[in-house]
Write a protein that binds this ligand. Structure first.
Ligand code: FAD
Length: 256
């Protein structure tokens, strides 16, 4: 209850606990569920781990784990199964101090069961990655969106989400985005499109309505509402996203 009150009353904040939970669930649930990982899905897994090992906000053992998993997957010749990945993950985790300490979602907390949680943390992680990539010149422009697309297509367990996202990616020409700033904005626009489609849906948490982001309260001057349409000041939105999703501004609330 205390977390819920803090989050609903606070301003836009990214919580480290949510990013940790997203990575934890990707590694322990989403990837192990895969059958045979080969060709396109093997490349997608390499891309995802490459991005995560470089940009993750985890502790030192967490960074070591991701580097070891990346090396393992990079050296796979033809294919591996989700179970092979899980075995390697367990093996490496046994050799390292405890990594995943977040016991709960914070910014992604729900007011009722079965809402928010993982999918919310996944969006949060995706935005975080698009913002962080600007500080890493080993990652080429276009690569973050490619890695996100590859993960969604090959590993994300929500079938409806996958189908909608892939259709949107085609329509919004994800492959043409070859500039890191544009990648931040592409994902922001895409997420707002999903928010609009799902507003009022049964998946909406009444304490966290699916509004266009950022709200005028969080970012005065980012938008003007003309009748029911929102017009954005995109340079301002961009600065807002770069600030809120920047590693230096992560909030450690509810972490030990
Ligand atoms: P979320 O939409 O999950 O957002 C998480 C947080 O991100 C918000 O609390 C806010 O702080 C921030 N945020 C919101 N909008 C933006 C933005 N535009 N830019 C930057 N930050 C923002 N559910 C379905 O029912 N059908 C679908 O087709 C579907 N497709 C999905 C596709 C993907 C790729 C993902 C990751 C999820 C999808 N979901 C879908 C789940 C859905 O989008 C929400 O994650 C879920 O309903 C929980 O919503 P939420 O209120 O926690 O906020």
């Amino acid at each position: 209850r205390r977390i819920l009150e803090t989050v609903t009353n606070g301003k836009a904040t990214v919580y480290r606990a949510d990013l940790e939970q997203a990575i934890d669930m990707i590694l322990h649930i989403e990837i192990p569920r895969a059958g045979s990982i080969r060709e396109e899905s093997l490349q997608a897994l390499r891309n995802l781990l490459d991005v995560l090992r470089k940009l993750n906000p985890l502790n030192k053992p967490g960074k070591q784990l991701l580097n070891r998993l990346y090396d393992y997957v990079k050296n796979v010749k033809h294919s591996l199964s989700g179970e092979d990945f899980q075995n390697e993950l367990r093996l490496q985790e046994r050799k390292l101090p405890k990594i995943f300490k977040a016991q709960r979602f914070v910014g992604c907390i729900a007011s009722r069961p079965n809402l928010r949680g993982f999918t919310c943390s996944l969006w949060t992680l995706f935005h975080y990655l698009t913002v962080q990539t600007a500080d890493d010149n080993t990652i080429e422009p276009g690569f973050i969106l490619e890695a996100i697309h590859g993960f969604v297509k090959n590993f994300f367990g929500c079938t409806d989400c996958v189908n909608h996202f892939l259709e949107m990616a085609r329509r919004r020409q994800i492959w043409l985005v070859k500039n890191k700033d544009e990648e931040v904005l592409w994902l922001w626009r895409a997420h707002n499109e999903v928010n609009k489609r799902l507003a009022g849906d049964s998946t909406e948490d009444p304490k966290f309505l699916k509004l266009q982001y950022p709200s005028a309260k969080d970012c005065p001057g980012c938008s003007i509402n003309i009748i029911s349409d929102t017009q954005w000041n995109e340079p301002k939105v961009f600065s807002f996203l770069k600030d809120v999703y920047h590693k230096k501004n992560l909030n450690n609330y509810a972490l030990p």
